[in-house]
Design a protein around this ligand. Structure first.
Ligand SMILES: [Zn+2]
Length: 135
């Protein structure tokens, strides 16, 4: 993980205490949940999706689409400032990792093969986000 000083900082022990094991492994150690196993890949209610670590609102349900990949997919975050993009050269690929700007939580990756209007596909782990229905 990077050494960037995120606004929200917690000790490893505090993150472990706050999160369940899958949430912890995904957000703090960049693990990937297995496709079609997460809570939100086939979830279509109206509302928004927040960072499971710090509660920052990240994605709106209106930008969610079925990418057929088994992970929740969005064509845009709520705004560009909530997401950090980092080049990821792990696993013999060059990908762009996306993290929460507030707490550094690993969320997933962004790919340039999404639908209009952005042409981007944010491929996000269900374990990194919490759904909240619109009030
Ligand atoms: Zn966060």
């Amino acid at each position: 993980m990077s050494d960037k000083p995120y606004p929200i900082q917690k000790s490893d022990a505090d993150w472990r205490a706050q999160l369940d094991d899958m949430q912890y492994q995904v957000t703090r150690h960049a693990a990937t949940e297995r496709a079609f196993t997460g809570q939100y890949w086939d979830h279509w209610e109206r509302g928004h999706y927040d960072c499971v670590c710090c509660g920052t609102r990240l994605f709106e349900a209106q930008t969610k689409f079925d990418a057929g990949c088994g992970w929740p997919s969005y064509w845009a975050p709520v705004n560009a400032d909530v997401i950090e993009r980092i080049e990821d050269r792990s696993h013999g690929m060059v990908r762009v990792e996306v993290r929460c700007q507030q707490c550094g939580a690993h969320l997933g990756h962004v790919f340039p093969d999404g639908p209009a209007p952005t042409g981007e596909r944010f491929c996000i782990n269900s374990a990194a986000i919490d759904f909240a229905p619109d009030a």
